[in-house]
Design a protein around this ligand. Structure first.
Ligand code: PLP
Length: 829
């Protein structure tokens, strides 16, 4: 039997394998348990079963991967390579089981060993190789590439320590290292033969070669080896997978020889460990990066190994390097992989002997770039001094690119030196390289992640580039994976929807709109409400388990979960909570709806203000939750260690989704989409994708408040003075004075004076005071609506029904058609 026959023999789809049954799967599991886990099935633990089950489904994915790679090798078509420093995957088992349609059979097989799939699934540690939205998007995109059979592959870093886990001690965030590989990662295939040398430091020798051409060599480098680990990700009921290749750093062999021969064994082992540090830890900063050398090395390690691998594959299929851009598109997820631009140019020039002009031309036809943020402090730049030391050849190449680029700028704007220095790849004042500019000049497509963000990007930060190359800029609004964020995580609601309109929506989310007429059906609304109620109970149990705080499931669940950042304005949310607290104590409102406010999210470990905000939330929570005057009208809780698996419980159990960022600052948001898909109503600003959610659900079904991005811009430009708002509004004044004077921390009354001063005298850059009144008024409207449960439920149904646009499948299809120009594979089942 040929391998191909064997593979198709062991083809796995339940539909084309009617003989697959629980007995067959049971035998498979025993096999994996004995041969791979190495345990006796009679006494195996839940975690042992977790491994056996993962090995089984991974085997199915491996067969698909092999078949797909054969197809691709034969087809020699165009492929997309997605480069991202972050993938916030979470747990992978349940989604894969559902994708492979093995849910029922697996449960049956496991029951013979008295094992329960749900318990086994919970043994999985979240793969948290990302910070927040950006990494989560990358994970959704890979899933959707498989869902739609696009010929794509992801590259990333196999961080040994992913996103830290967060605990709260005495109200404060404490970070703990997350050694997620402690028990190994059963999903991955180590590929010992796939390894590349990555070079650092050294010096450049330039000379004329035999033909008289200028040639440069990068010599005396310090080298590290990148070793590949493959994680195949399933598509939903498709025969295709997406391979995620993660790089792990290893010391080189020469390292071993030269160092160990000197006889200082222990020192040598220590140095060896240092070179393996490159893939040790994910930088836990969302949006901002300080210019640390290790981070730059990480970025280059990732880019260099990925490009070598892409090159190898290209060469196997095609001898002519000039065909490269026809076959290869490389997507840069934010600027983190921006060194790919000078690196590819270096490979073309130094390794393949192309002339600079031709090489640069090929590069610019290869890359596409997604910008993720407009926050100026988040724009990645690297000090020239560090670049010169770590990547001397790349700095030379960047100078050369810049020379070429500025020539074009000069040609277009003769005699305009302001524009020249604005558009330069190098900031001459701070002596830093602007990585976003490198990405823009190196790419044939640049996109933002929501309509507003793409517009602001083209009108502000990148205006000059837009004028020079208008056709390059475009928008691709983010989306979420409905398989994970509804079908898997909200089984109750999914079942109700399937009963009502079938399951077409699982692979075609816009089909959800068929639910819309049911919003007027009282019976359906009742069922929808009952499911929400059950999910609230589940969320309340999670909260009680993690914090000891008991929430009343009949109160309104008002939730804000996301990274803690000033622009996301958790503090504004808290100011509303304190306002309500004051009103309850004063007895000024008698129609108040009981509310439970849940806030969660991690702060970057070096972000002092964000950590103060967490502490204040906890101080306010313990004051309110212990005050008998509250009489069940208000609770506040900080849910620690927000991550993907918690999000899967939070979204279905939420009723009000807080999306209250300063207008113009949230690029898109995807949390907003997850909540709305699960029937939570949004209270939000006209920011990011909130605007598109508003367009989809209609202004009757969402609570929008505050100014527009343009108004926010104008307010700042006109000299914004937060103290005016403070003076005008007595309630706001009281809220801020309570915080300032230590009402919530009587033992240490000065604790939050910094936070207060920052708002009042530090310019309130995020416009909390300006938006306070509108926000409080809008919350009042939320309550009035909630008091009419029929009305609320109707709105909730219409939110779920109108989320079709926000499927990641639409996002990825748009990338494939408009940006990457790739077509789906035609794989046989
Ligand atoms: C979706 C998600 C995010 C992004 O949330 P935003 O509200 O868009 O910032 C961050 N972290 C996790 C764990 C998520 O699931």
């Amino acid at each position: 039997m040929t391998l191909d026959e064997q593979l198709s023999e062991s083809s796995v789809h339940e539909h084309d394998r009617p003989d697959w049954n629980a007995t067959f799967i049971k035998e498979k599991l025993v096999n994996y348990m004995v041969h791979d886990v190495g345990k006796d099935p009679d006494i195996a633990s839940e975690r042992d079963w977790y491994y056996a089950v993962v090995y089984f489904v991974r085997g199915v994915l491996s067969e698909r991967r092999i078949r797909q790679n054969r197809y691709l090798r034969d087809e020699k078509g165009r492929r997309v390579y997605y480069l991202s420093m972050e993938y916030l995957i979470g747990r992978n088992l349940m989604r894969t089981v559902l994708d492979l349609d093995l849910n029922i059979l697996l449960r049956e097989a496991l029951s013979e060993f008295e094992q329960d799939l749900d318990t086994i699934v919970a043994c999985e540690v979240d793969a948290a190789l990302g910070n927040g939205g950006l990494g989560r998007l990358a994970a959704c995109i890979l899933d959707s590439i498989a869902n739609q059979s696009f010929p794509g592959m992801g590259y990333g870093i196999r961080y040994e320590f992913g996103m830290f886990s967060q605990s709260i001690e005495e109200g404060m965030q404490v970070e703990h290292p997350e050694h997620w590989l402690r028990h190994g990662n059963p999903w991955e295939f180590e590929q010992p033969n796939v390894k590349y040398r990555v070079r650092f430091n050294g010096k450049i020798l330039c000379f004329k070669d035999a033909d008289g051409n200028d040639t440069c060599q990068w010599v005396d480098t310090k080298d590290v080896v990148a070793l590949a680990f493959d994680v195949p990700l399933s598509g939903h009921k498709t025969p295709s997978i997406t391979n995620l290749r993660l790089w792990s750093a290893r010391a080189t062999r020469d390292f071993d020889l030269s160092y160990f021969n000197e006889g200082n064994y222990v020192e040598a082992v220590k140095d060896k460990a240092v070179s393996e540090n490159l893939s040790k830890v994910l930088y836990p900063n969302d949006s901002t990066l300080r210019g640390q050398e290790l981070r730059l090395k990480q970025e280059y390690f990732f880019v260099s190994s990925s490009l070598q691998d892409i090159m190898e594959r290209f060469k196997l299929e095609n001898g002519d390097i000039r065909q490269f851009p026809k076959r290869v598109v490389i997507h840069l997820n934010d600027t983190h992989p921006s060194l790919a631009v000078p690196e590819l140019l270096r490979l073309f020039c130094d390794e393949y002997g192309l002339e600079f002009d031709e090489a640069w031309d090929l590069c610019r036809q290869t890359f596409t770039y997604t910008n993720h943020t407009l926050l100026p402090e988040a724009l990645e730049t690297w000090p020239i001094a560090i670049m010169e030391h770590v990547l001397p050849r790349h700095l030379q190449i960047l100078y050369k690119i810049n020379h070429q680029h500025l020539k074009e700028v000069k040609h277009r704007y003769p005699g305009n030196s302001t524009i020249l220095s604005r558009m330069s790849l190098i900031d001459d004042v701070s002596k830093r390289v602007r990585m976003a500019h490198v990405c823009i000049v190196g790419s044939y497509s640049v996109n933002g992640v929501a309509e507003l963000h793409s517009r602001l990007m083209q009108a502000g930060m990148f205006k000059d580039f837009k004028e020079m190359r208008p056709g390059v800029f475009t928008n691709v609004t983010n989306g979420i994976d409905q398989h994970r964020w509804l079908n898997m995580s909200n089984p109750g609601l999914s079942a109700l929807i399937k009963e009502s309109i079938g399951d077409k929506w699982v692979s075609d989310l816009p089909a959800l709109v068929e639910l819309a007429p049911l919003a007027d059906d009282a019976g359906f609304r009742r069922q929808f409400h009952d499911i929400k109620r059950a999910n609230k109970v589940r969320l309340a149990q999670l909260v009680a388990r993690k914090t000891g705080v008991e929430l009343d499931p009949s109160s309104m669940f008002d939730v804000q979960v996301k990274r803690i950042h000033e622009y996301k304005r958790q503090l504004l949310n808290l100011m509303h909570v304190v306002t309500r607290y004051i009103r309850i104590r004063d007895g000024v409102e008698n129609d108040m709806v009981p509310r439970s406010v849940i806030i969660g999210g991690k702060a970057a470990p070096g972000y002092h203000i964000a950590k103060q905000i967490i502490r204040l939330i906890n101080d306010v929570a313990s004051t309110i939750n212990n005050d008998p005057a509250i009489k069940g009208l208000l609770k506040l809780v900080f849910l620690p260690n927000y991550n993907v698996s918690k999000a899967e419980i939070i979204m279905p159990g939420s009723e009000l989704s807080e999306q209250i960022s300063t207008p113009g600052m949230e690029a898109s948001g995807t949390g907003n989409m997850k909540f709305a898909l699960n029937g939570a109503l949004t209270i939000g600003t006209l920011d990011g994708a909130n605007i598109e959610i508003l367009e989809e659900v209609g202004d009757d079904n969402i609570f929008i408040f505050g100014m527009t991005a343009d108004e926010a811009h104008d307010l700042r430009a006109g000299g914004y003075d937060p103290t005016l708002y403070f003076e005008k509004n007595a309630e706001l004044r009281r809220v801020l004075e309570m915080i300032r004077d230590g009402f919530f921390c009587p033992d240490d009354p000065g604790r939050y004076s910094d936070l207060y001063n920052n708002l009042l005298f530090g310019g309130d850059h995020f416009l909390l005071l300006a938006d306070y009144e509108a926000y409080i008024a809008c919350q009042k409207q939320v309550e009035a609506t909630y008091s009419n449960q029929d009305r609320w439920n109707r709105m909730a149904v219409l939110n779920t029904a109108n989320m079709g646009k926000f499927s990641i499948d639409r996002t990825v299809r748009t990338y494939a058609e408009n940006v990457w120009k790739v077509k789906p594979m035609q794989l046989k089942r």
